[in-house]
Design a protein around this ligand. Structure first.
Ligand code: UD1
Ligand code: CA
Length: 463
């Protein structure tokens, strides 16, 4: 396979974001803008990428660690224009006779398919052609570079808005700033750039006129102009995120997922066939939802695996946890990191779990805190049970055997073990291990004083 390197320009600050963070690190659908562009480029078949960094370089570099050695960075110490940015990238690329895709880090909605068409258009035009570019028509071209064509319809140049004549300003075909080109050509062409424009910058767009004067520039017109929009401010960030979420929802619907209303599923989340996502559900990070699972209104899951047929009732929140097949969670459950809820297990309202494993069929249906524990198969945890896991210095484990029964309002002072099939009587504070099959009871014996309530009431009334 041919080597195609993406060069992604991302050195600018993005002044209109009014942010201390580089523009390309702002996120939509759970990923930085820049990452969306890289994912699209890799999906389109690029072999590696060089990101040009400048403003917030260290942060941008750090965010790219997840791509491994497929993505390198090149520093552009001063933003002297898009042409200068490409020069910086080429210095990092070194000698190479392949091709480059030149892209911007702030166009997160670009379709991988359009980038693929762009690269193929250059291939199809034959080895003598040096450059292909995407173009599109927009209702309001203000601010964009315009595509200048000759009488025969061939692209001859790109003119920046501020450098356009009034006639050129009327052109509604614009430059979304995505190009495919032979690396050797780009190397020679950017070396010839001059800052003879309104901003005194080196414009990469001037490379197009060089290609046109040679073998001709190939234009690929994109229909979905919205997918090429660049993000410059937080209104556009919001609009792009809505568009991305709508795209993800429709993709899932096509694969057999029912999504009601406006569930927000972030990029990279997987949802199996016949799963149902209700209105207001938020799925983030590396979340995976199995076939036929039902996630009801308002659930928020971050890095959670939900197995087949599990049911989450409204407003349950889970993070870095696993939920087993056919398990039932909520309403109003809180699964904190490292909760592992086994198949057919139940976790009910106002139950908080953390670093706790519930084995198959175990139940904690109401009002409990289960931290640093293990609950055996089919064990039952009564309402108000607390695993007292923390002594102010260290966390300790509560281990409950299979089939055990923990009566309501019990406190289990860890470290502690409750044996298989044991009973803990309601209201017991357990400080010692309970053997298999035993009953633990630790509460004051009840005494009934006949007639005492009536006498007490009479006395109080007389005062
Ligand atoms: C650029 C194009 C314009 C096109 C528009 C599409 C040029 C000269 N103009 O204009 O034709 O219609 O994009 O959005 O290329 N960057 C660097 N280093 C620099 C300058 C820019 O890395 O020195 C990066 C920015 O971070 C950004 C991208 O390049 O991601 C585009 O730069 P920007 O300044 O936004 O270019 P535009 O003026 O929008
Ligand atoms: Ca821009």
């Amino acid at each position: 396979m041919k080597k195609v390197t993406a060069i992604v320009l991302a050195a600018g600050q993005g002044t209109r974001m009014k942010s201390a963070r580089a523009k390309v690190l702002h996120e939509i659908a759970g990923r930085p803008l820049l990452h969306h562009v890289l994912f699209a480029a890799f999906e389109a078949g690029v072999t590696d990428a060089i990101v040009v960094v400048g403003f917030g370089a260290d942060e941008v570099r750090a965010s790219l660690a997840s791509f491994g050695d497929k993505v390198r960075t090149a520093l552009q110490p001063e933003q002297r224009g898009t042409g200068h940015a490409v020069q910086c990238a080429l210095a990092e690329l070194g000698q190479d006779d392949g091709e480059v895709l030149v892209l911007c880090g702030d166009t997160p909605l670009v379709h991988a398919g359009d980038l693929k068409r762009l690269a193929s258009a250059l291939e199809a035009a034959g080895p003598d052609r040096e450059l292909a570019l995407l173009t599109c028509r927009v209702p309001d071209p203000t601010g964009y570079g315009r595509i200048i064509r000759d009488a025969a319809g061939s692209v001859v140049a790109i003119r920046e808005h501020r450098d356009c004549s009034p006639t050129e300003r009327a052109i509604d075909e614009i430059n979304p700033a995505m190009y495919a080109a032979r690396t050797a050509f780009v190397r020679a062409a950017v070396a010839k750039l001059e800052p003879n424009n309104d901003q005194r910058e080196l414009y990469f767009t001037d490379v197009v006129a060089q290609a046109a004067a040679g073998s001709g520039a190939v234009a690929v017109v994109v229909e979905d102009a919205g997918s090429l929009a660049g993000i410059n401010d937080r209104m556009q960030l919001d609009a792009a995120e809505r568009a991305m979420h709508a795209r993800i929802r429709d993709g899932l619907r096509r694969s057999g997922v029912t999504i009601r209303g406006d569930a927000r599923v972030d990029a990279g989340v997987e949802v199996g066939q016949d799963a149902v996502l209700e209105h207001g559900v938020v799925l983030r990070g590396a979340t995976k939802v199995g076939r036929g699972a039902f996630i009801d209104v308002g659930c928020v899951l971050t890095d959670v695996t939900v197995a087949e047929g599990a049911k989450l009732s409204p407003y349950s929140v889970a993070t870095k946890s696993a939920i087993g097949a056919r398990a039932q969670i909520g309403p109003f459950s809180h699964l904190r990191p490292e909760s592992d809820i086994g198949e057919d297990a139940h976790v009910g309202n106002f139950v908080e779990t953390k670093k706790t494993k519930l084995h198959k069929g175990a139940k904690a249906n109401h009002l409990a805190y289960l931290g640093d524990g293990e609950v055996g198969e089919a064990a039952n945890i009564g309402a108000g049970t607390i695993f007292c896991n923390y002594d102010g210095f260290k966390k300790h484990k509560t281990d409950i055997g299979p089939g055990a029964f923990i009566g309501s309002d019990s406190q289990l002072v860890a470290p502690v073990k409750i044996g298989k099939g044991a009973y803990v009587a309601t209201g017991t504070t357990v400080t010692k291990d309970v053997p298999e099959g035993a009953l633990a009871i630790a509460r004051v014996k009840q005494e009934n004083k006949e007639g005492y309530a009536d006498r007490l009431r009479a006395r109080l009334k007389a005062k």
